[in-house]
Design a protein around this ligand. Structure first.
Ligand code: ADQ
Length: 458
């Protein structure tokens, strides 16, 4: 069997606790690598200052080689914080207002991809298959082809792909589309993202769709498909089942004092709709005074990308809003919103999801949203909670038992919250069972296998 080479901006190198400490995606990719042997290459997360990074640092673990490179400080600022996170991320999440174009950043993005290609190429053997992940590395295949590599190369995009009218606001959209067209297989989270991609290709005659999912562009034939990413459903459900005994989960249960718990778990990111969600919670309490003092909303939000100005501004905005709402609707013996900026271990997170009567997952736009899936997997089959889910998350295409909401509609979300809190047990069980069966069948290993099977097929 041919070896697998995975390339992603960040690499999950197992620490002393082993792979079990990592999230589902890292575990699934490590399993795929271990099955075939291979290499996982990416950025170390460190800067080499203003000097050229040292050669790749290789770490062997069984038949997997982890290959890490540092980046210069300029590249960290221009490629990662700049073009990837201040242009591609907002554009792919339909936030034209937040995109900050700069020639330097765009040039750095392509330069770093070339640098990655040059570092990777010496490790590649002729029959290896290469799987590139996410928006940081779109031009990588084109660079590898330029160097003469003939391997099969696939790409999976973890975030949404926007329609042509949105994408074309980006000055280098043609180069980005050309980059995508150099792969053999493009994986998107949902068929809507795939349709948007096909629309972008056709709009200005950059390429054609010969038959569904079969494209030609820039003299190259390639395929595209929807491969919805899953979680490690069975393992996560097991974490949740055992978590009741965990001291942190016990303390959380005691501190809620019999109130209904609503949970939100998101990286602090403007795409996640956290401020709209807090508004909806406040509206729910205002419209349903009987629930005053009888619910607690726990929002767990680790900071992310704090070096990017839009994220720093958001940290202040959310903290201030949570404080304002607590001041407005709280009482001397009731703090309605508990807002935590911390990372939580997966077993404890699973236990907290299970305690919650409602999982509130309301991104304004999201490729998939694994939190929605984790919340479902963590529920007690005899007394499951209710998932309130944004229709703009990829997960909404699959999780049919959720209460779907439009996160821009504060009243609508508040009403769904009320419906979730009051939902009878039988309806909760029925909705949950369908979603759980789907998640058990379509877990992250299945996603990985489906993509790799299609990538291998000529
Ligand atoms: P993200 O935008 O990071 O992922 P999501 O899919 O929800 O969004 O994954 C977040 C992960 O981080 C989850 O596994 C969650 O448990 C974990 N997490 C969040 N808060 C945490 C906390 N406080 N402590 C510990 N863990 C926490 C991107 C795309 C998504 C896509 C995924 C995978 O934006 O749309 O679903 O990649 O493809």
């Amino acid at each position: 069997m041919s070896r697998l080479i995975i390339v992603s901006n960040r690499v999950s190198v197992p620490d002393n606790q082993g792979a079990a400490a990592a999230g589902g995606l890292a575990v699934a990719l490590q399993a795929a690598l271990a099955e075939r042997g291979g290499v996982w290459m990416g950025w170390s997360g460190k800067s080499s200052g203003d000097i050229e990074p040292e050669p790749l640092v290789l770490t062997e673990d069984g038949n997997i080689t982890y290959a890490l490179t540092d980046l210069t400080q300029t590249d960290v600022e221009e490629y990662y914080q700049g073009f990837a996170n201040r242009v591609l991320w907002p554009i792919c999440h339909y936030r034209l207002d937040l995109a900050e174009y700069g020639r330097k950043e765009m040039a750095s993005y392509f330069r770093v991809n070339r640098f990655f290609a040059h570092r990777l190429a010496p490790l590649v053997e002729p029959d290896d298959i290469i799987w590139v992940h996410d928006y940081h590395l779109i031009p990588l295949a084109a660079e590898l082809r330029q160097m003469g590599l003939k391997n099969r190369i696939g790409f999976f995009l973890h975030i949404p792909w926007p329609p042509a009218d949105v994408l074309f606001t980006m000055p280098v959209h043609e180069e980005i589309m050309r980059g995508l067209s150099s792969y053999d297989l493009l994986g998107f989270q949902t068929k809507y993202d795939l349709e948007n991609f096909a629309g972008c290709l056709k709009r200005e005659g950059m390429g054609v769709e010969n038959s569904p999912g079969h494209f030609s562009a820039h003299g190259h034939n390639f395929r595209g498909g929807a491969y919805s990413i899953g979680i490690e459903t069975a393992a996560f459900a097991e974490f949740a089942r055992k978590a009741a005994a965990h001291s942190m989960v016990r303390k959380a249960r005691q501190s809620v004092e019999g109130r209904d718990l609503i949970i939100g778990v998101d990286r602090l990111d403007y795409s996640k709709g956290i401020t709209q969600r807090i508004d909806a919670f406040e509206r729910f309490i205002t419209n349903n005074p009987a629930h005053q003092r009888r619910v607690t909303y726990l929002q767990i939000t680790p900071k992310s990308r704090s070096e990017v100005p839009e994220y720093e501004a958001m940290q202040h905005a959310v903290a201030e809003q949570a404080g304002r709402v607590n001041g407005a609707i709280g009482t001397v013996d009731w703090v309605p919103i508990r807002y935590i900026n911390r990372s939580i271990s997966r077993p404890v997170l699973a236990g907290l999801y299970r305690l919650a009567k409602v999982g509130l997952v309301t991104p304004l736009r999201d490729g998939m949203n694994l939190v929605a899936k984790e919340y479902v997997a963590a529920q007690d089959p005899d007394d499951p909670g209710v998932l309130v889910l944004s229709r703009f998350a990829g997960a909404a295409r699959e999780l049919k038992g959720a209460l779907l909401v439009n996160p821009y509609d504060v009243d609508g979300t508040a009403n769904a919250l009320a419906r979730g809190i009051n939902m009878p047990l039988e309806e909760r069980r029925e909705r949950w069972r369908g979603m759980m069966d789907h998640l058990l069948e379509n877990d992250v290993s299945r996603w990985c296998e489906n993509f790799l099977t299609d990538l291998r097929a000529e």
